[in-house]
Design a protein around this ligand. Structure first.
Ligand SMILES: Cc1cc2nc3c(=O)[nH]c(=O)nc-3n(C[C@H](O)[C@H](O)[C@H](O)COP(=O)(O)OP(=O)(O)OC[C@H]3O[C@@H](n4cnc5c(N)ncnc54)[C@H](O)[C@@H]3O)c2cc1C
Length: 377
């Protein structure tokens, strides 16, 4: 059995762990990142070509963090010398009796973020690829867009190694458990122990297994993503088609999508899925999982409804009550920071969250207002 030591250890190399590793390294800290699979694997929450980014949040606490999140991405782009954010504009729409769009519009107005509120009829006239009922409530945010997800993770890993005094990434190293009783934060692996002064746990859907006190609050769910290839595809390409979010009256009545870009077709998916064990999530997609997405498309984006599906992906959400991010310390362990900022909307914050996790680990506090985030472990 071996014992490794490093002042800063990060468990989990998804969007959050890689961002934390990059920020620690950028601040001159040695850091060891431990991952059970290979980097950019497809078994967690962060793989895939792109994710939506937007200020358009119904909850103002999240909307108000978005300017800092956009800044964090610009900082990463500057370090990398490449673009990771693609401005597409974003449209949110809901039936007139669902308050989602009015809440989003009120968040945007409160922050002075450019947007235009309109009816379904106005939107369909502007964008005939959509077919919205006349009385739908619609808001368009021109600065919404896409983040190059897999590329961002690759860039963060490269920069963490290039900018840090001593960055190591241990792939294919499953952590069997976290020894919460040890005097120093300690990971137990199959071959030994890894000890730290400070530990950041960003284990995505595996967090409840590693921190059982969070098990009741965190539920991994299975998400299915479809990529369709319409003919003609030009009206759905980058530069012409926006990212979109639909929120209906029911909990599972939520869908989103983005233009064809980065070599992929038009991405469409339902926000929400069945609760699963991450170890048992199969990759095969059933017809019963495709059909609700097709039904949504038939109603509001008919040209996409019968388009061939040329790829599907399975991804995991880690859902928390009210879709709030869970970030904090296990009881009595200020030297361990646990972060589960998922609930299906964490990626856009990940670069900022990496910096916040570095703040919390190194200084025990952050200047960013994260009072809306919950943690009851
Ligand atoms: C289909 C889908 C679409 C999404 N769309 C958007 C979007 O448009 N916009 C947006 O902002 N957000 C979106 N999200 C949410 C966002 O992607 C997640 O919030 C984010 O990726 C969570 O990252 P994470 O690092 O917490 O988790 P993960 O990416 O799952 O990373 C956790 C890592 O920890 C590792 N790990 C776990 N346990 C162990 C262990 N015992 N030992 C070693 N390693 C371990 C895992 O292997 C994994 O690599 C989407 C998510 C999905 C699934």
């Amino acid at each position: 059995m071996t014992t490794e030591r490093c002042p800063n250890v990060v468990l989990g190399a998804g969007a959050m762990g890689l961002a934390a590793t990059y920020h620690l390294a950028r601040r001159g800290e040695p850091v060891l990142l431990v991952e059970q699979f290979l980097l950019d694997h497809d078994r967690g929450s962060s793989h895939g070509a792109a994710r939506i980014t937007r200020h358009s949040y119904a909850d103002p606490a999240y909307a108000q963090l978005m300017p800092a999140a956009f800044d964090a991405w610009r900082g990463l782009e500057a370090d990398a010398g490449e673009t990771l954010y693609l401005r597409t504009g974003g449209v949110s729409f809901s039936p007139a009796d669902v308050p989602y769009v009015s809440q989003v519009a009120s968040s945007l107005a409160g922050m002075g973020v450019a947007h235009r509120r309109m009816s379904g009829r106005d939107w369909t006239q502007l964008h005939p690829t959509f077919l919205l009922p006349d009385d739908f409530d619609v808001v368009f945010e021109p600065d919404a867009g896409m983040l190059k997800a897999s590329r961002a993770l690759e860039v963060e890993a490269e920069l963490a190694i290039r900018l840090g005094p001593n960055t190591r990434i241990l792939e294919q190293t499953p952590v069997v458990r976290i020894d919460l009783e040890a005097s120093r934060p300690t990971l137990v692996t199959e071959s030994g122990r890894i000890e730290a002064d400070r530990l950041i746990v960003t284990a995505g859907a595996w967090t409840p297994r590693l921190i059982p006190a969070l098990a009741e609050r965190l539920q991994p769910t299975r998400q299915v993503v479809l990529y369709v290839r319409p003919t003609p595809y030009q009206p759905f390409s980058l530069g012409r088609f926006p990212v979109f979010i639909f929120k209906g009256p029911g909990e599972l009545d939520a869908f989103y999508g983005m233009p064809s870009a980065l070599g992929f077709g038009v991405k469409v998916a339902r926000h929400g899925g069945s609760v699963i064990d991450p170890a048992e999530a199969t990759r095969e997609v059933e017809e019963s999982e495709r059909e609700p997405v097709r039904a949504f498309l038939r109603a509001y984006l008919p040209a996409l409804a019968e388009a061939p599906i040329d790829r599907s992906e399975v991804c995991l959400y880690t859902m928390a009550p009210d879709e709030q991010f869970q970030v904090g310390h296990p009881k009595g362990r200020s030297d361990i920071v646990v972060a589960s900022p998922c609930s299906g909307h964490g990626f856009k914050f990940s670069c900022l969250i990496g910096s916040i996790l570095a703040d919390l680990a190194l200084h025990g506090r952050t200047d960013h207002d994260i009072s809306a985030w919950r943690f009851d472990a």
